[in-house]
Design a protein around this ligand. Structure first.
Ligand code: 5GP
Ligand code: ZN
Length: 113
């Protein structure tokens, strides 16, 4: 499968990894939209949050646990941060492998464009 995030998870493409365990990898976004911009992904190829069901939803809880840990480590826990997953065309998803953006380090606007 030709998936850039599978290639990052498999270390075929280098990335600035900030966390890794057996099921998840987190790395800095190549085009950061905030002072802290990390992508947290399951190592397993899941196309988007649309593919989440009772059989694989445990990974979402695990990813959020890691996000909180990373927010502390990266210094954005106290002032706050944003976790977001874009899904599909209207959601603005550009990479077809489930990923959560962890953003912080500046005051983020709402609503998004
Ligand atoms: P999406 O638009 O799908 O929600 O987010 C995809 C994100 O992946 C974008 O923020 C983009 O900058 C990031 N991205 C795309 N290709 C690469 C890459 O090769 N390496 C890294 N570190 N980030 C990437
Ligand atoms: Zn993939």
């Amino acid at each position: 499968m030709n998936c850039i995030f599978c290639a990052i998870a498999g270390k075929e493409i280098p990335s600035d990894i900030v966390f890794e365990d057996e099921s998840v990898i987190a790395f800095r976004d190549i085009s950061p939209a905030a002072p802290v911009h990390v992508l947290i992904i399951p190592k397993e190829h899941i196309a988007s949050v649309r593919e989440i069901s009772g059989t694989n939803s445990g990974i979402i809880a695990h990813i959020y646990e890691i996000a909180v840990q990373l927010a502390k480590e990266l210094g954005i826990f106290d002032k706050g941060f944003r976790m977001v997953t874009n899904c599909g065309e209207d959601g603005g998803q550009t990479v077809g492998h489930l990923h959560f953006h962890l953003l912080g380090g500046r005051s983020l606007k709402w609503p998004p464009g």
